[in-house]
Design a protein around this ligand. Structure first.
Ligand code: DX5
Ligand code: ZN
Length: 223
């Protein structure tokens, strides 16, 4: 299957957890490029979601990379556990991390991919000194913590700025976006320079099912 240039990363936060293996397998068959797993601790963000056991279980049922978005207060404390469970890559927030360079190096040491995440109110400029060490940048297009929120369109100029920085400093770095991505907003973020789209409710929350939802999102960006 031709997956196109834009990659899709279904976020299982919106999946039916009683059907998780089946839903992820369906997303894989429909051309997902990676699985996005949102880890929340009820402290860094006002919500609790899932931990390493989910990664361990999914590692048994899919060949896709398991991308782990850590929305937790002390990411360093949990890196070994998630690495052992089977995470392929880690996304860590710039916000609240006083030792981001150290965290990034710790993720890379065992050969994992690493990305830094910036929230909607955080300027692109904070990425400048760390960008050369990264495989991915994730621009949050909602405030983190919940699925099915409305896309914040003031993030679009920032996505363009991050694209310019990546092209200048680290051209093979992915530019990923997360939050409120659907068939309407996906073309806007792709036009601004994003090449990886995280989508939760637009993939797992649709009555039409995972395959049809994936096809709709793919068609919206391939136009
Ligand atoms: C929000 C999470 C997202 C979430 C996106 O904090 O980081 O990955 O699952 O959900 P949608 O696509 O429904 O906005
Ligand atoms: Zn996420």
């Amino acid at each position: 299957m031709d997956k196109g240039i834009v990659k899709l990363a279904p976020s299982i936060l919106s999946a039916n957890f009683a059907q998780l293996g089946r839903q992820v397998a369906e997303a894989e068959q429909a051309g997902a490029d990676r699985v996005h797993i949102d880890v929340m601790d009820g402290h860094f963000v006002p919500n609790i979601s899932m931990g390493a056991p989910i990664i361990r279980s999914l590692r048994q049922v899919t060949l896709l990379p398991l991308e782990t978005h850590l929305m937790i207060s002390d990411p360093d404390f949990f890196l070994d556990e998630f690495t052992e469970a089977g995470s392929s890559s880690f996304l860590v927030h710039w916000e609240g991390n006083n030792n981001l360079h150290r965290t990034v190096q710790r993720i890379k040491a065992p050969g994992k991919r690493v990305g830094v995440v910036i929230n909607p109110a955080t300027p692109a400029a904070v990425l400048e000194e760390i960008l050369q060490d990264l495989d991915q940048v994730l621009v949050m297009t909602v405030d983190p913590g919940f699925g099915h929120q409305r896309f914040i369109d003031t993030t679009l100029p920032k996505i363009r700025r991050v694209r310019e920085m990546i092209d200048d400093i680290k051209p093979d770095c992915d530019l990923e976006v997360d939050g409120g991505i659907d068939a309407t907003t996906a073309p806007l973020v792709v036009d601004a320079g994003a090449n990886v789209l995280v989508a939760g409710s637009a993939i797992f929350g649709e009555r039409e099912g995972v395959t049809a939802a994936m096809n709709r999102l793919r068609a919206a960006v391939d136009k």
